[in-house]
Ligand binder design. Structure first.
Ligand SMILES: [Zn+2]
Length: 106
């Protein structure tokens, strides 16, 4: 298998783009915590060959699809009213920043 070099896009992380020999991959990230360390995994991805006159339009379409899928996982913090990625939420109600402001120690 050809190694893939992955690059994260956005803050918070919105999607990942991988470059491999002859193809580009567009993925939806899924982050989880191992103790205090975030680990990035792939919820899904598509591989596009780096060829064809429509390559850029296919790439743009997949970037849009992945971004929409990732944004669909964001939740609203009921304290600060901001939409946050799931890995930044303490629970269904509060993001980690609000929880910390409320005295939660991580
Ligand atoms: Zn918050």
């Amino acid at each position: 298998m050809v190694p893939v070099r992955w690059f994260g896009v956005g803050h918070p992380l919105l999607l990942v783009v991988g470059v491999a020999d002859g193809s580009v991959l567009v993925g939806v990230p899924a982050l989880r915590w191992i103790s205090q360390r975030p680990v990035t995994e792939l919820a899904s991805y598509v591989s596009l060959p780096l060829s064809g006159s429509d390559m850029l339009s296919r790439l743009a379409e997949q970037v849009g699809t992945a971004s929409t899928a990732r944004l669909a996982t964001f939740r609203t913090c009921h304290r600060c009213d901001a939409k946050q990625p799931p890995e930044w939420m303490l629970d269904d109600d509060r993001c980690q920043a609000c929880a910390e402001a409320d005295g939660v120690v991580f």
